[in-house]
Design a protein around this ligand. Structure first.
Ligand code: KG4
Ligand code: ZN
Length: 305
């Protein structure tokens, strides 16, 4: 279904993008396209379209790594952001702590051993009966304002592991058990819940968010220490990916960064959640360094891609 949805809109989306930017294909200098990680069937729809466009207009093509794009778009909005810098990338599928030494030179300091934080936000939102027409993250962030973040003492993941890896599967289980113990029924949307029920849901949302973010804070503290040992000239921590649009996440990480005399760089929310700008920008960064593939043959058969 996802592949079909991509197929249905890809031509229209590309055309609309060119129209809104008031350019035509002949004005382009290259085509950048996400090659992963992501759903391979959907990625392939994009890659086919990119190769066809690049082939027809004799343009170089640049394959972009989804997570690299999340990190590098920070350099579009903060022109003072030079390598080396650190990046915490937090999305639905990934949790990564990276030391970006130069373009294409990334040292992974930590990753998730199970679920990413965005997945934990989305599941918590679903189990709390929140409106899932948009993603779960913003719904939890909003509901958490009404709750008491200290009311449920979820334990912080991986406290005993003195590394920079992440784990959210255990916190998800703790949340599920808390929801069961309070007899919250996700079938009843929050808009129809009683006052008492709504306040229990808000307490869970706030308590979950507090601990989910404490885990990020703890890992960032350690990663900063590690990274400064390798690259003492680091001045910035970039926080990007969908979850970085969360204002509570930003405020808490800002404290951690300030304590270590670094500066936090967070792209605006529309450049944190998945977007085409970050892919185009990463293409520009690679193009400038001469890293691109030659134009594909204009008559390349689509089923080869
Ligand atoms: O980067 P992204 O758009 O897509 C992936 O690469 O996964 O991230 C999507 C994730 C979803 O899990 C969504 O719930 C989460 O980002 N998200 C948020 C917020 N906005 C989006 N999580 C917490 N608070 C938010 N305000
Ligand atoms: Zn993403």
């Amino acid at each position: 279904m996802a592949e079909e949805a991509h197929l249905q809109v890809i031509d229209k989306v590309v055309q609309e993008t060119l129209d809104r930017a008031n350019v035509s294909e002949t004005d382009l200098s290259a085509v950048a396209v996400t090659i992963g990680p992501g759903l391979s069937l959907c990625l392939r729809v994009g890659v086919r379209k990119a190769r066809k466009t690049a082939g027809s207009f004799n343009l170089p093509i640049i394959g972009v790594h989804h997570m690299e794009a999340h990190a590098l778009v920070a350099r579009l909005i903060e022109r003072n952001l030079q390598f080396p810098f650190m990046a915490l990338l937090i999305s639905g599928g990934h949790n990564l702590l990276v030391l970006a030494r130069d373009l294409g030179q990334y040292v992974q300091l930590g990753t998730t051993i199970d679920d990413a934080i965005g997945e934990a936000y989305d599941k918590t939102a679903k189990w709390l009966g929140l409106d899932m027409r948009r993603s779960g993250g913003p719904a939890i962030e909003e509901l958490a304002h009404e709750g008491d973040a200290e009311s449920i003492k979820f334990s912080i993941p991986m406290k005993q592991h003195k590394d920079c890896n992440f784990s959210y599967a255990g916190l998800k289980t703790q949340v599920r058990l808390a929801i069961e113990s309070k007899h919250i029924n996700a079938e009843i949307p929050i808009s129809c819940a009683s006052r008492h029920d709504r306040s229990s849901r808000a307490d869970i949302a706030a308590s979950f968010q507090r601990v989910a973010v404490l885990h990020l804070e703890e890992r960032c503290e350690r990663a900063i220490e590690w990274a400064l040992n390798i690259e003492p000239s680091i001045k910035h921590l970039v926080v990007a990916g969908g979850v970085a649009s969360n204002l509570y996440v930003r405020a808490r990480l800002d404290q951690v960064v300030k304590k270590n005399n670094l500066q936090l760089v967070c792209p605006p929310p529309n450049l944190c959640t998945d977007n085409g700008v970050m892919v185009a920008w990463t293409g520009i960064e690679h193009l400038r360094m001469g890293r691109f593939d030659p134009p594909p043959p204009a008559d390349e058969p689509e089923d080869l891609v």
